[in-house]
Each structure stands twice: as C-alpha cells, then as structure tokens.
Design a protein around this ligand. Structure first.
Ligand SMILES: O=C(O)CCC(=O)C(=O)O
Length: 489
C-alpha cells in the first residue's frame, strides 16, 4: 500500500502576476502549452462584487449575505465522506439549509478533518461541500464578477448561452432547465471539504478563483495519467491520500505530482487532461468555469472518440440483433459523456459559421490592415483552421458518414434570432479579448443583415450534413475572404 505521505510531490505550479501578462503571453506560455499557472492580481474588488459582498471583514464567508439574498436557491451538496461510484454522494438542498449546516459544523468538527488526516484517521464527521451552483444563470442581474480576459475565449459557455448541447428526445426537458445550462459555478466548502481525483468534464480547461479561503491542489501531468489507473485502464484512484493498493494500481507509486496552495484573490488555470485533487484548507468560496476553444478542442474530440469506442465495445455482442446499433452507441455516448458526435459536430458547425461571418465582416469593415482588427482576423482564421482540422479527423474516422439529418441549414441559421445573438456574442468576445473597442461597439448595435452580405452566400453550400460538407464550406468561405490574413491549416 502507498499512503499519501509517500507520494512523489516534485514541484510547484508557476505563479504569475496577471496584470503584467499580455493575452498573447498567456496563450503562448499556458494555453497552447497546456500548462497550469496561478494568476494573481486579477480579482479587483471594483469588478468583483463577490470579493466584498460574500466575504466578512475578517475574510470569512458572509453566511448572512448568502442566506438573505440567495437562501431560496436549490443547490447540490456533496458529502465529502461518502463515495458514490467515482464521485461523492450528493443531495439537493436549499442554500439556507446548507448555510445552517455550515455554521452548525463550525470550526470544531472541521479541524478534525483536514487534508491528509481526514483520509487517514477515518474521521466520521460528515463534511458538506456545495458544488456546481449555476450562480450566473440563476442570478444574471447580480454581476458577481468579471471573467478575466484570459478566459473569455470560451466556446462552451458562449454556445450554451444560446443553444443546448444535447437534446434527449426521450426526455421532457424544459428549455430553462438550469442543470445543463452552463459551466459557470460557485463552490462553497467548509475547511476539510475536498474534491476527489479527476480530469475535467469534456477534458475542458478550467479556471478557479478563490473569493475567500485557501485550497491545496495536487496535479498530474497528462503524460503520467496511465499511472493512476488500474490494470484494465478502467478505474482511477479516488483519493490519493488514501491507502492505494499496489496490486490494483501498480503505477501509482511512480506518479510525480505537482502541488500548489491557492490563496484568496488567486486564480488557477487548470489545463486539459490534467488530473487533480483539491482540498479546502479553510472555509472557502470559489468561482469555477469549464471552457474550451480552438487550443483544446482536439482534447474534446479525442475524449469523445475514446468514449465512443468504449461504448461500442460494451454492446458489441448485441450488434447483430440491433436495428440501429450506431444510434444506440451515440445515445449511450451522450448519456455517459454529455454529448455525442452529432452534438459535437453541430457545435463545430455553428462556430464555423460564426467565425466565417465575423471574418468576412471584419475584412469588409476594416480591411486587412495592421492592428487589433488584423489580430482578430488572425484569431478567427486560426479558429477556422482548427475546426477544419477536426472535421478532417472526423471524416477520416467516418463519423457521421451518410448522416441524413441536416445539422445546420445556413439560410435558416441566419434567420434564427438565437444564431444572430450567438454571432454578436462571439464578435464581442474577440473584440474584447483583443481590445478593439470599435468592433465591440459594432456588436452592440449590428443586425444580422449588417453582418452578412447575403450575395456572398450563393457560393456556400447551404446545408451541412457531414464533416465533408463542413470542410468544403470552410474552404469556399475562406477562399473568398481576404487571402492575406488567412492561416487556415
Ligand atoms: O475546488 C474544488 O473543490 C474543485 C475544483 C475543480 O476540480 C476544478 O476546477 O476543476
């Protein structure tokens, strides 16, 4: 058995002042390299109301404020002492009831259960941890914080603000349902609460900001991940500070961990595919987003492909008696992973269309001059290059080959108010990321007919069914845009 104490913790996560880091430096040093970093100096209380409203003068969570203003919200609360499959057991409760528990537990019980001691002494106090509260969706008028510029190129939440990722035809799902509406969360945990070892949903990036309190993070580089799985590569270690059986997890003792203690006011960038375990060393409130974009979209596709192959293998023996084997594999993939090939391809198609529309608009309006408009054009064409590359991989894997359901009808998309809202959001995002104030104000007032030169559309294929259609669509669209700014791979 290997206990937490014997673990190989070999390094610290780099810490950088976010105010002294440019966007392109963040991209080059962390996003592109898929490397974690702790950023300081980005949670200015002027833009982060959470840092004042949610925290008392002695830096503790302001329970009173939460109970008074948000007490009626229903949230998920994990019991950190009870495992359920690969996660902790959760129950739904009102924020006011959670706060009452939090206060009741107080310092005394939490002290017994911090970090390693919790796992090793078998303490029996149940430690509650409020997780995955869709706070922004629930309180859109109360602007608790300002997402730092580094994390704004967030395709996942931009998309979910306008569309659904997966629509389950078997289930009644009200459109306003909050649980799958976005990946922007508030976490609130007593000292000693923790999150088991995991890699993030869809293999997204995440960022996590400490409004108050302190967290200890343990990280494992993706290249080391096979070491934390069992011999069949099916089950992963749950708690790295627990006793880990050598015979069940033969690689575990060889894993080399990185660690970091995150203080209040600091934001951690968690790259794709890095397994991590997190412990609240004090009563802590944090804000946490999952996100992906052109730099890590291939992680999402690779995960889907792996999970698809697994889903297929699992039911291989009923293939011959199944009317729609592929449909069943895709349904199981969506149930297990949260989306299937069709959902992912729809997502890609909408982003392709939006990027092309914006690229053409930016070129018509500003030409391919130097300055921030050309930086935006480069970014949009880089996005298109990434989307095209993944569409080629999908084509190679024969994903959606022979699909008879139209994924995106371009003319219909231009008439759909959700798509025009989505396009404006994407446009505003890049204008903001690249600090182009003119373009940002354009997207406050522009309509779809300003954005799209409808004569342009004649050369586009008007419906997208398969990855091959998407590739052709990108190639045609790009050929007509200003060639000098294009870098589509
Ligand atoms: O803060 C926590 O407890 C978990 C956060 C986390 O796992 C993440 O940001 O990916």
């Amino acid at each position: 058995m290997v206990r937490g104490m014997g673990m190989n913790i070999k390094g610290e996560i780099e810490r950088v002042n976010g105010k002294e880091l440019s966007y392109s430096e963040f991209v080059e040093r962390y996003m592109e390299k898929n490397k974690p970093v702790v950023l300081t100096g980005l949670m200015d209380p002027h833009n982060w109301r959470a840092c004042t409203d949610w925290v008392t003068l002695n830096s503790q969570p302001n329970f009173q404020f939460f109970s008074t203003h948000f007490g009626a919200s229903k949230v998920q609360v994990a019991d950190c002492d009870t495992r359920e499959f690969t996660d902790q057991k959760r129950e739904e409760m009102l924020v006011s009831d959670f706060i009452a528990r939090f206060v009741h537990l107080g310092e005394a019980s939490a002290v017994q259960c911090n970090d390693e001691t919790c796992a090793s002494n078998g303490a029996s106090v149940s430690v509650p941890y409020l997780k995955d509260w869709h706070f922004v969706k629930e309180y859109p008028e109360y602007v608790a914080y300002d997402t730092p510029r580094f994390f704004c190129d967030d395709w996942l939440n931009l998309y979910l603000d306008n569309f659904r990722i997966h629509i389950d035809s078997d289930k009644e799902q009200p459109n306003e349902e909050i649980c799958c509406s976005d990946y922007r969360f508030v976490y609130m945990g007593v000292k000693g609460s923790w999150t088991p070892l995991h890699a993030d949903v869809f293999r997204s990036y995440s960022w996590s900001a400490n409004v108050c309190g302190k967290k200890r993070w343990l990280f494992l580089d993706p290249s080391q991940c096979p070491l934390i799985f069992d011999r069949n590569m099916k089950n992963c270690v749950y708690n790295i500070f627990d006793e880990v059986s050598n015979s069940k997890f033969p690689g575990f003792s060889k894993a080399i961990w990185l660690e970091c203690t995150q203080d209040a006011g600091e934001i951690i960038f968690v790259p794709s595919g890095w397994y991590h375990q997190v412990h609240n060393l004090e009563d802590t409130i944090s804000i946490n987003h999952n996100w992906f974009n052109a730099y890590n979209l291939s992680w999402v596709w690779n995960l889907l492909l792996r999970d698809y192959n697994e889903a297929k293998e699992y039911i291989e023996d009923i293939k011959d008696i199944c009317d729609d084997f592929e449909g069943l594999c895709q349904r199981n993939l969506a149930a297990n992973t949260g989306m299937n090939f069709y959902d992912f391809f729809t997502f890609m198609s909408y982003f392709t269309l939006a990027n092309l529309v914006l690229l053409r608009y930016s070129n018509r309006r500003y030409g391919s001059s130097t300055g921030s408009s050309s930086t935006i054009a480069l970014h949009l064409s880089m996005n298109l290059g990434c989307l095209r590359k993944i569409a080629s991989e999908m084509k190679q894997m024969r994903a959606l080959e022979g699909n008879h359901n139209c994924v995106v009808d371009i003319i219909k998309a231009f008439e759909d108010p959700r798509f025009s809202k989505f396009c404006m959001h994407v446009g505003r995002t890049y204008a903001m990321v690249h600090e182009h104030s003119h373009l940002a104000s354009d997207f406050e007032s522009t309509t779809m007919s300003d954005l799209v030169d409808f004569n342009d559309l004649k050369s586009y294929s008007s419906q997208i069914y398969t990855p091959e259609d998407l590739i052709k669509f990108v190639d045609n669209g790009v050929a007509e845009a200003e060639p000098s700014v294009l870098r589509v791979a």
